[in-house]
Design a protein around this ligand. Structure first.
Ligand code: COA
Length: 254
């Protein structure tokens, strides 16, 4: 069974994260498959909308930490950066259905989705600092805009999680429903969009993003360079090693 399931129906491409035993943490090959599928959807007339989803108990534990340790991404054409670039520049509607933990990129990818539906068990966190890293996916730009500076600082400096109701309040998610209903609700909304005129959807999305689009891509590149460097520095190495060894990190020397 693949770690990413692809399903096409009624103009909707549904991409399901399917590595539940590792909490849907994302490996290089998963990012590559996601990036390839979304890239292909750009020019596929049969795909009008893309939906990203996990399972009722977990959306994603973020980047696979073993991969960070052993195969840190380098360069803008590495799978993770390709994935981020393609979702940030995807012209058609992109939806997400989120239940349970959404860690790191599990949260930041949502900033690039047009509609997000969440289970009442959803827990969002961006613990980049706790891992000796910096924000990615243009979250350093988009999270302060969405949450306000001080709440963004709690999320990005302290790395504290926030939950479905708070995400609803700040507008990160559109609606909160029981976890077993989230994927079906997102699918129904995706099908509604897929029945609308595609050119109108694309132009409306482009106009709503406006000047922000170029800023997002520029910030993503800037973050990517810093993130790539920090991945190999002592603080991050200590954080990843501590996670693998199931102990608390010791940053006293990092
Ligand atoms: N990378 C690699 N493996 C991961 C992982 C990750 N990001 N997150 C979880 N796993 C693995 C665990 O190592 C464990 O593997 P094992 O069964 O072989 O020991 C398995 O998934 C289950 O994880 P566990 O931590 O026992 O589940 P939990 O329900 O107690 O906690 C989370 C779930 C998501 C809260 C917790 O796994 C977590 O915090 N993960 C790390 C998140 C993170 O820092 N991601 C990077 C963001 S940039």
């Amino acid at each position: 069974m693949s770690d990413i399931l692809e399903h096409r129906d009624a103009g909707v491409l549904t991409l399901t994260l399917n590595r539940v035993e590792k909490k849907n943490s994302l490996t290089r090959s998963m990012y590559a498959q996601l990036a390839d599928a979304i890239e292909a959807a750009r020019s596929d007339a049969d795909v009008r909308v893309v939906l990203l989803q996990g399972q009722p108990q977990i959306f994603s534990a973020g980047n696979d930490i073993g991969d960070f340790l052993n195969h840190p991404p380098s360069g803008q054409d590495s799978p993770v950066f390709r994935f981020l670039h393609v979702i940030a520049s995807f012209e058609k509607p992109l939806l997400a259905a989120v239940c349970g933990p959404a860690v790191g990129i599990g949260t930041t990818m949502l900033l690039h989705c047009d509609l997000v539906y969440a289970g009442d068990n959803a827990a969002f966190s961006m613990p980049f600092v706790n891992l000796g890293l910096c924000p990615e996916a243009a979250s350093s730009l988009l999270v302060p805009r969405m949450l306000g500076y001080h709440r963004a600082a709690e999320a990005l400096l302290l790395g504290e999680p926030f939950y479905a109701e708070a995400a609803l309040e700040v507008g990160l998610v559109n609606r909160v429903v029981p976890p077993t209903e989230v994927n079906a609700m997102a699918q129904a909304q995706a099908r509604k969009l897929a029945a609308k005129p595609l050119a109108s959807l694309i132009e409306t999305k482009r106009l709503m993003k406006g000047d922000l689009q170029a800023q997002v891509l520029a910030r993503m590149n800037e973050e990517g360079q810093i993130f790539g460097r920090m991945l190999t520095e002592p603080a991050a190495r200590e954080a990843f090693t501590a996670f693998v060894e199931k102990r608390a990190p010791d940053f006293s020397k990092a």
